[in-house]
Design a protein around this ligand. Structure first.
Ligand code: SAM
Length: 291
Protein backbone atom coordinates (compact mmCIF):
# COMPACT_ATOMS: atom_id res chain seq x y z
CA UNK A 1 0.00 0.00 0.00
CA UNK A 2 1.47 3.42 -0.89
CA UNK A 3 1.52 5.83 2.05
CA UNK A 4 -1.25 8.38 2.25
CA UNK A 5 0.12 11.88 1.73
CA UNK A 6 -0.74 15.29 3.12
CA UNK A 7 -3.89 16.21 1.16
CA UNK A 8 -6.39 14.68 -1.29
CA UNK A 9 -4.68 16.76 -4.00
CA UNK A 10 -1.24 15.25 -3.32
CA UNK A 11 -2.83 11.77 -3.21
CA UNK A 12 -4.47 12.44 -6.59
CA UNK A 13 -1.15 13.65 -8.05
CA UNK A 14 0.46 10.48 -6.80
CA UNK A 15 -2.14 8.35 -8.62
CA UNK A 16 -1.68 10.40 -11.79
CA UNK A 17 2.11 10.09 -11.86
CA UNK A 18 1.97 6.39 -10.97
CA UNK A 19 -0.20 5.97 -14.08
CA UNK A 20 2.13 8.06 -16.26
CA UNK A 21 4.99 5.82 -15.08
CA UNK A 22 7.36 4.66 -17.77
CA UNK A 23 5.91 6.89 -20.51
CA UNK A 24 7.09 10.05 -18.65
CA UNK A 25 10.58 10.12 -20.15
CA UNK A 26 9.24 9.75 -23.70
CA UNK A 27 6.55 12.36 -23.13
CA UNK A 28 9.03 14.98 -21.94
CA UNK A 29 12.23 14.07 -23.80
CA UNK A 30 11.69 16.51 -26.66
CA UNK A 31 10.22 19.50 -24.92
CA UNK A 32 12.47 19.24 -21.81
CA UNK A 33 15.61 18.44 -23.85
CA UNK A 34 18.75 19.78 -22.18
CA UNK A 35 16.73 21.08 -19.22
CA UNK A 36 18.21 18.93 -16.45
CA UNK A 37 21.75 19.72 -17.66
CA UNK A 38 21.04 23.48 -17.57
CA UNK A 39 19.39 23.24 -14.15
CA UNK A 40 22.46 21.56 -12.69
CA UNK A 41 24.86 23.97 -14.41
CA UNK A 42 22.89 26.90 -12.93
CA UNK A 43 23.78 25.71 -9.41
CA UNK A 44 27.47 26.43 -10.16
CA UNK A 45 30.04 25.08 -7.70
CA UNK A 46 27.29 23.99 -5.26
CA UNK A 47 27.03 20.88 -7.46
CA UNK A 48 30.59 19.66 -7.94
CA UNK A 49 32.66 16.62 -6.91
CA UNK A 50 31.83 15.67 -3.33
CA UNK A 51 28.59 17.71 -3.06
CA UNK A 52 25.45 16.51 -1.30
CA UNK A 53 22.20 17.24 -3.13
CA UNK A 54 18.48 16.91 -2.48
CA UNK A 55 16.39 16.55 -5.65
CA UNK A 56 12.81 17.45 -4.81
CA UNK A 57 10.06 15.72 -6.82
CA UNK A 58 12.71 13.71 -8.61
CA UNK A 59 10.26 11.86 -10.89
CA UNK A 60 12.15 9.26 -12.89
CA UNK A 61 15.39 10.73 -11.52
CA UNK A 62 16.52 12.66 -14.58
CA UNK A 63 18.07 15.55 -12.61
CA UNK A 64 19.27 13.36 -9.73
CA UNK A 65 21.09 10.91 -11.99
CA UNK A 66 22.87 13.66 -13.91
CA UNK A 67 23.84 15.26 -10.61
CA UNK A 68 25.20 11.87 -9.50
CA UNK A 69 27.64 11.96 -12.42
CA UNK A 70 28.71 15.47 -11.50
CA UNK A 71 29.27 14.88 -7.75
CA UNK A 72 31.26 11.70 -8.38
CA UNK A 73 31.83 8.81 -5.94
CA UNK A 74 32.46 11.10 -2.96
CA UNK A 75 29.15 12.95 -3.40
CA UNK A 76 25.63 11.99 -2.40
CA UNK A 77 22.21 12.54 -3.98
CA UNK A 78 18.84 12.05 -2.37
CA UNK A 79 15.83 12.12 -4.70
CA UNK A 80 12.32 12.15 -3.26
CA UNK A 81 8.96 11.77 -4.96
CA UNK A 82 5.37 10.86 -4.10
CA UNK A 83 5.12 8.41 -7.00
CA UNK A 84 6.28 4.94 -6.03
CA UNK A 85 6.36 3.98 -9.74
CA UNK A 86 8.77 6.83 -10.45
CA UNK A 87 10.91 5.97 -7.42
CA UNK A 88 11.20 2.36 -8.68
CA UNK A 89 12.15 3.54 -12.19
CA UNK A 90 14.75 5.95 -10.76
CA UNK A 91 16.29 3.21 -8.56
CA UNK A 92 16.52 0.82 -11.52
CA UNK A 93 18.17 3.50 -13.64
CA UNK A 94 20.70 4.32 -10.87
CA UNK A 95 21.66 0.63 -10.73
CA UNK A 96 21.98 0.48 -14.54
CA UNK A 97 24.23 3.55 -14.55
CA UNK A 98 26.39 2.14 -11.74
CA UNK A 99 25.71 5.08 -9.37
CA UNK A 100 23.39 3.34 -6.88
CA UNK A 101 25.94 3.62 -4.07
CA UNK A 102 25.82 7.42 -4.18
CA UNK A 103 22.11 7.96 -4.96
CA UNK A 104 19.17 7.22 -2.74
CA UNK A 105 15.54 7.53 -3.83
CA UNK A 106 12.83 7.78 -1.19
CA UNK A 107 9.07 7.80 -1.47
CA UNK A 108 8.23 11.11 0.22
CA UNK A 109 6.01 14.18 0.05
CA UNK A 110 7.96 17.48 -0.04
CA UNK A 111 5.65 18.83 2.62
CA UNK A 112 6.64 15.99 5.01
CA UNK A 113 10.28 15.20 4.38
CA UNK A 114 10.67 13.09 7.50
CA UNK A 115 14.19 11.97 6.53
CA UNK A 116 16.12 9.36 8.56
CA UNK A 117 18.06 11.56 10.99
CA UNK A 118 21.03 9.20 11.29
CA UNK A 119 21.77 9.70 7.60
CA UNK A 120 20.51 13.23 7.00
CA UNK A 121 21.51 15.33 10.01
CA UNK A 122 20.07 18.86 9.88
CA UNK A 123 21.59 21.07 7.17
CA UNK A 124 23.35 18.36 5.22
CA UNK A 125 22.91 19.55 1.59
CA UNK A 126 25.00 21.88 -0.57
CA UNK A 127 22.19 22.29 -3.08
CA UNK A 128 18.53 21.51 -3.67
CA UNK A 129 17.28 20.92 -7.19
CA UNK A 130 13.67 20.85 -8.30
CA UNK A 131 12.76 20.17 -11.93
CA UNK A 132 9.35 21.16 -13.21
CA UNK A 133 7.45 20.62 -9.98
CA UNK A 134 7.63 23.65 -7.67
CA UNK A 135 4.32 25.01 -9.03
CA UNK A 136 2.56 21.83 -7.87
CA UNK A 137 3.52 22.07 -4.21
CA UNK A 138 0.91 23.11 -1.69
CA UNK A 139 2.37 25.83 0.55
CA UNK A 140 5.68 26.28 -1.31
CA UNK A 141 6.87 29.04 1.05
CA UNK A 142 6.46 26.66 4.00
CA UNK A 143 8.51 24.11 2.07
CA UNK A 144 11.27 26.73 1.61
CA UNK A 145 11.27 27.15 5.39
CA UNK A 146 11.84 23.42 5.82
CA UNK A 147 14.68 23.48 3.30
CA UNK A 148 16.23 26.41 5.17
CA UNK A 149 16.10 24.82 8.62
CA UNK A 150 16.42 21.09 7.92
CA UNK A 151 18.19 20.61 4.62
CA UNK A 152 20.52 23.28 3.23
CA UNK A 153 23.84 24.36 4.62
CA UNK A 154 24.14 28.15 5.17
CA UNK A 155 24.74 29.74 1.76
CA UNK A 156 23.41 26.60 0.06
CA UNK A 157 21.80 26.94 -3.35
CA UNK A 158 18.32 26.10 -4.60
CA UNK A 159 17.74 25.75 -8.34
CA UNK A 160 14.26 25.19 -9.71
CA UNK A 161 12.68 25.44 -13.12
CA UNK A 162 9.30 25.91 -14.78
CA UNK A 163 8.37 25.41 -18.42
CA UNK A 164 6.03 27.41 -20.56
CA UNK A 165 3.94 28.88 -21.90
CA UNK A 166 1.83 25.71 -21.91
CA UNK A 167 -0.84 27.30 -24.09
CA UNK A 168 -3.76 24.80 -23.90
CA UNK A 169 -3.35 24.52 -20.11
CA UNK A 170 -3.02 28.27 -19.66
CA UNK A 171 -6.18 28.81 -21.74
CA UNK A 172 -7.95 26.15 -19.64
CA UNK A 173 -7.25 28.12 -16.45
CA UNK A 174 -8.01 31.45 -18.15
CA UNK A 175 -11.55 30.30 -18.94
CA UNK A 176 -12.18 27.95 -16.01
CA UNK A 177 -11.24 30.23 -13.10
CA UNK A 178 -13.79 32.98 -13.87
CA UNK A 179 -16.43 30.21 -14.07
CA UNK A 180 -15.85 29.02 -10.53
CA UNK A 181 -12.97 26.55 -10.84
CA UNK A 182 -10.52 26.81 -7.94
CA UNK A 183 -7.10 25.77 -9.25
CA UNK A 184 -4.38 24.21 -7.14
CA UNK A 185 -1.76 25.98 -9.24
CA UNK A 186 -1.41 29.71 -9.75
CA UNK A 187 -2.10 30.08 -13.52
CA UNK A 188 0.83 32.48 -13.84
CA UNK A 189 3.26 29.57 -13.43
CA UNK A 190 2.26 28.52 -16.95
CA UNK A 191 3.08 31.80 -18.66
CA UNK A 192 4.97 34.17 -16.35
CA UNK A 193 7.10 31.91 -14.19
CA UNK A 194 9.81 34.57 -13.80
CA UNK A 195 7.41 36.76 -11.81
CA UNK A 196 6.16 33.75 -9.87
CA UNK A 197 9.68 32.89 -8.76
CA UNK A 198 10.14 36.48 -7.59
CA UNK A 199 6.97 36.19 -5.50
CA UNK A 200 7.93 32.78 -4.19
CA UNK A 201 11.21 33.91 -2.63
CA UNK A 202 9.89 37.22 -1.27
CA UNK A 203 10.03 37.33 2.54
CA UNK A 204 11.78 33.96 2.80
CA UNK A 205 15.19 32.88 4.08
CA UNK A 206 16.40 32.86 0.46
CA UNK A 207 17.78 35.54 -1.82
CA UNK A 208 16.68 35.12 -5.41
CA UNK A 209 19.94 35.45 -7.36
CA UNK A 210 18.50 35.34 -10.89
CA UNK A 211 15.84 33.87 -13.18
CA UNK A 212 17.04 32.87 -16.65
CA UNK A 213 14.96 31.97 -19.67
CA UNK A 214 16.62 29.14 -21.57
CA UNK A 215 16.32 26.65 -24.41
CA UNK A 216 13.17 27.49 -26.32
CA UNK A 217 11.71 24.77 -28.51
CA UNK A 218 8.49 24.49 -30.44
CA UNK A 219 5.53 22.69 -28.87
CA UNK A 220 2.72 21.83 -31.27
CA UNK A 221 -0.80 20.77 -30.35
CA UNK A 222 -2.94 19.42 -33.16
CA UNK A 223 -6.48 20.80 -32.97
CA UNK A 224 -7.31 20.35 -36.66
CA UNK A 225 -10.20 17.92 -36.20
CA UNK A 226 -12.99 17.39 -33.67
CA UNK A 227 -11.34 14.16 -32.51
CA UNK A 228 -8.06 15.98 -31.84
CA UNK A 229 -9.85 18.73 -29.93
CA UNK A 230 -11.72 16.10 -27.87
CA UNK A 231 -8.46 14.29 -27.08
CA UNK A 232 -6.75 17.53 -25.99
CA UNK A 233 -9.78 18.52 -23.90
CA UNK A 234 -9.72 15.12 -22.19
CA UNK A 235 -6.05 15.62 -21.44
CA UNK A 236 -6.77 19.06 -19.91
CA UNK A 237 -9.97 18.22 -18.05
CA UNK A 238 -9.43 14.60 -17.00
CA UNK A 239 -5.84 13.41 -17.29
CA UNK A 240 -3.63 16.30 -16.11
CA UNK A 241 -4.35 16.16 -12.39
CA UNK A 242 -1.92 19.02 -11.62
CA UNK A 243 -4.18 21.23 -13.78
CA UNK A 244 -7.74 19.99 -13.30
CA UNK A 245 -7.87 18.76 -9.68
CA UNK A 246 -11.23 19.93 -8.27
CA UNK A 247 -13.01 20.28 -11.62
CA UNK A 248 -15.33 17.42 -10.61
CA UNK A 249 -16.80 19.72 -7.92
CA UNK A 250 -18.42 21.84 -10.64
CA UNK A 251 -21.73 20.75 -12.17
CA UNK A 252 -21.87 19.26 -15.66
CA UNK A 253 -23.36 22.40 -17.21
CA UNK A 254 -20.53 24.59 -15.94
CA UNK A 255 -17.89 22.13 -17.17
CA UNK A 256 -19.55 22.15 -20.59
CA UNK A 257 -19.50 25.93 -20.58
CA UNK A 258 -15.79 25.87 -19.72
CA UNK A 259 -15.17 23.42 -22.55
CA UNK A 260 -16.97 25.65 -25.09
CA UNK A 261 -15.07 28.73 -23.92
CA UNK A 262 -11.77 26.80 -24.03
CA UNK A 263 -12.40 25.71 -27.64
CA UNK A 264 -13.36 29.26 -28.62
CA UNK A 265 -10.33 30.84 -26.92
CA UNK A 266 -7.93 28.24 -28.33
CA UNK A 267 -8.97 29.28 -31.86
CA UNK A 268 -7.13 32.57 -31.28
CA UNK A 269 -3.90 30.59 -30.98
CA UNK A 270 -4.58 28.19 -33.87
CA UNK A 271 -2.69 28.55 -37.16
CA UNK A 272 -3.94 27.76 -40.69
CA UNK A 273 -2.68 24.19 -40.41
CA UNK A 274 -4.91 23.53 -37.41
CA UNK A 275 -2.14 23.58 -34.81
CA UNK A 276 -1.53 25.56 -31.68
CA UNK A 277 2.18 26.32 -31.71
CA UNK A 278 4.06 27.72 -28.74
CA UNK A 279 7.69 28.53 -28.10
CA UNK A 280 8.10 26.63 -24.87
CA UNK A 281 11.14 27.49 -22.82
CA UNK A 282 12.64 26.87 -19.41
CA UNK A 283 12.70 29.49 -16.66
CA UNK A 284 15.48 28.62 -14.24
CA UNK A 285 15.56 30.27 -10.84
CA UNK A 286 18.69 30.31 -8.72
CA UNK A 287 18.31 31.23 -5.05
CA UNK A 288 20.78 31.19 -2.19
CA UNK A 289 20.01 30.55 1.46
CA UNK A 290 20.94 33.61 3.49
CA UNK A 291 24.05 33.02 5.61
C1 SAM B 1 6.58 17.16 -14.06
S1 SAM B 1 7.20 15.94 -12.97
C2 SAM B 1 8.92 16.40 -12.83
C3 SAM B 1 9.82 15.24 -12.50
C4 SAM B 1 11.32 15.52 -12.50
N1 SAM B 1 11.71 16.47 -11.47
C5 SAM B 1 11.80 16.00 -13.85
O1 SAM B 1 12.34 17.12 -13.95
O2 SAM B 1 11.67 15.22 -14.80
C6 SAM B 1 6.53 16.47 -11.42
C7 SAM B 1 6.91 15.55 -10.28
O3 SAM B 1 6.54 16.13 -9.05
C8 SAM B 1 6.18 15.09 -8.17
N2 SAM B 1 5.45 15.71 -7.06
C9 SAM B 1 4.38 16.52 -7.15
N3 SAM B 1 4.00 16.92 -5.92
C10 SAM B 1 4.87 16.37 -5.04
C11 SAM B 1 5.00 16.41 -3.63
N4 SAM B 1 4.15 17.10 -2.86
N5 SAM B 1 6.03 15.72 -3.07
C12 SAM B 1 6.90 15.01 -3.82
N6 SAM B 1 6.82 14.91 -5.16
C13 SAM B 1 5.82 15.59 -5.77
C14 SAM B 1 5.37 14.17 -9.06
O4 SAM B 1 5.20 12.88 -8.54
C15 SAM B 1 6.24 14.19 -10.33
O5 SAM B 1 7.22 13.20 -10.29
Amino acid sequence: MPPSFSTPYVNALQTFYNTVGKSYNNMTSKVHAGGPERLIAAAGPAISPGSSILDLATGTGKVALLAAQKVGPSGHILGIDISSTFVDIAREEAAKQGVASRVEFLHRDVTRLDLPAEKYAPRWADAVTCGSAIMMFPEPKKMLGVLATEVLKPGGVLVADAWGPVVPAKVFLDVAVPRGFVPTMDPRWLSEADGMFERLFEGTEFDLVRVEREGESEARFDVGTEEKIEALWKSMSVDQTWLNFGLEKLDEGTVLEIKKAWIEELKKYTNDEGSVVAKVGQWIAVAALKE
